[in-house]
Design a protein around this ligand. Structure first.
Ligand SMILES: Nc1ncnc2c1ncn2[C@@H]1O[C@H](COP(=O)(O)OP(=O)(O)O)[C@@H](O)[C@H]1O
Ligand SMILES: [Mg+2]
Length: 250
């Protein structure tokens, strides 16, 4: 294994209700890379991201974190793995009855066993990092979608993850709020965070992806640098898909 490889996923397959959802998906993510998953709705992007941390257990395939193969049958190992692999969902998944600070602190207390004071101050630090220093005492209902997503990112960061998986983190947001969340993700990328992100934000992907993975019908059918896959005249499915998004005004 390359010493810079953080996450390696090998030959993931998944069937649901007898239908093939993931067909032999493999990917490698090196330290500091941002891999962007693109593809039509229903291609399997969410299923792939969720199989990587076994929220949806794959039928077959192997997952390696820093060269160590995950034993999915070992609950302790799976728990440890999940703390190191952050997950950001489209719809934030915050606890509505907890403040922003408590949403971040609860993981630090439960998973890291931190004392309340320590967890609170670490939560404040992480919230400041995503531009929410003055919003720590607000509840999700008092925050905009963009702010909620930034709380979710702060919560993931608080675990010191080795890699973060982001599943269309801006698709549930009003258009004017997309930018603030992308700005946070861009800062993470430039700070060297390792990430895999499903998105339809093609400008973002073009500017920041180390590599684009194009998925269709459960398979990764194209893979390459954005300037290669999206080049005019490249004749790639990725380029074609991107053009169609533009035509639809997405
Ligand atoms: N629980 C489920 N049972 C059966 N089929 C599912 C289930 N969840 C997702 N699917 C199907 O899996 C395919 C991939 O879905 P998904 O991973 O959500 O795609 P994407 O994120 O690329 O839009 C779709 O055809 C969807 O209908
Ligand atoms: Mg999806």
């Amino acid at each position: 294994m390359d010493q810079h490889t953080v996450l390696r996923v090998e030959g993931i397959c998944k069937k649901l209700d007898g239908k093939t959802i993931l067909d032999n998906c493999s990917l490698t993510v090196n330290r500091g890379e941002l891999k962007v998953l693109i593809g039509p709705s229903g291609a399997g992007k969410s299923t792939l991201l969720q199989s990587i941390n076994c929220l949806i257990p794959p039928d077959s395939g192997e997952i390696y974190l820093e060269g160590c193969q995950l034993d999915r049958t070992d609950k302790v190992a799976l728990c440890a793995f999940r703390t190191q692999v952050g997950m950001i969902f489209q719809d934030f998944n915050l606890f509505d009855h907890l403040t922003a600070e408590a949403n971040v602190a609860i993981a630090l207390r439960k998973v890291r066993g931190m004392k309340a004071d320590e967890a609170r101050s670490r939560a404040q630090e992480e919230l400041a990092r995503v531009g929410l220093a003055r919003r720590t005492q607000l509840y999700p209902a008092q925050l905009s979608g963009g702010q909620k997503q930034r709380v979710a990112i702060a919560r993931a960061l608080a675990m010191d993850p080795k890699v973060i998986l982001l599943d269309e983190p801006t698709s549930a947001l009003d258009p004017e709020l997309v930018g603030e969340v992308l700005a946070v993700i861009r800062d993470l990328a430039s700070g060297g965070m390792t990430m895999v992100m499903a998105t339809h934000q093609m400008d973002f992907a073009r500017a920041l992806a180390t590599e684009i993975l194009f998925m269709e019908r459960g398979r990764i059918i194209e893979q390459g640098a954005p300037n290669v896959l999206l080049a005019e005249g490249s004749g790639t499915r990725t380029r074609d898909f991107c053009q169609r998004l533009l035509e639809m005004g997405a």
